[in-house]
Design a protein around this ligand. Sequence first.
Ligand SMILES: Nc1nc2c(ncn2[C@@H]2O[C@H](COP(=O)(O)OP(=O)(O)OP(=O)(O)O)[C@@H](O)[C@H]2O)c(=O)[nH]1
Ligand SMILES: [Mg+2]
Length: 196
Amino acid sequence: MHANDTVLKMVAGRPDQFPKDAKPQIALSGRSNVGKSSLINRLIGVKSLARTSSVPGKTVTVNFYECESRFYLVDLPGYGYVQNKERKSAFSSVADAYFQQNDRLKLVLQLIDAKVGATNDDLTMLDFLHKTGIPFAVVATKCDKLSASAAERAASEIREKANLEERIPVILFSAKSGRGKEELKGLIFSCLKSSV
Ligand SMILES: Nc1nc2c(ncn2[C@@H]2O[C@H](COP(=O)(O)OP(=O)(O)OP(=O)(O)O)[C@@H](O)[C@H]2O)c(=O)[nH]1
Ligand SMILES: [Mg+2]
């Protein structure tokens, strides 16, 4: 996973624009501003391939980053940020469609802000993942904002609140410091290996 073997293959505003090839996909889900795009940048070792912003709702499309010509990292629009009054759901319809159609989806990384903890929207999302049987792991983001012990506490609080089974990993991550990067890569590669 490096910048020179990662390409932004598709920016999909509509479901018919999703790539149709058989490559496995790993998706990043989480509320707006939780750090999805920053995590992608950190994983592939660049500052800004995936666009990040202090303004919530930056990623409104489903962005497919093709890595090593063999799998996709999928940056989903953040939920919980209502862009206009007509939108009834906090969840974007293009993200909804993404979850519905996808048999190549091998793993969802569900990002939760370590300092904020699991919100109701996060719990709804985790419940959905649990019910649909899509394999997922939780990534507690921005853990550089907490002391080492507070970060550990935050991870167990997320586990408890979301009632996560023991086998579901909760990875402490910081795009800023790089903490958790190797653990995350290990998880992604072992999941890709077991899916072929
Ligand atoms: N301190 C700290 N800040 C972070 C970290 N990761 C992301 N941020 C900041 O959080 C803000 C949002 O990050 P993004 O990566 O754009 O978040 P996103 O989840 O992609 O947001 P949307 O595209 O709106 O859904 C930016 O200002 C980032 O610099 C982190 O690990 N530590
Ligand atoms: Mg983003």
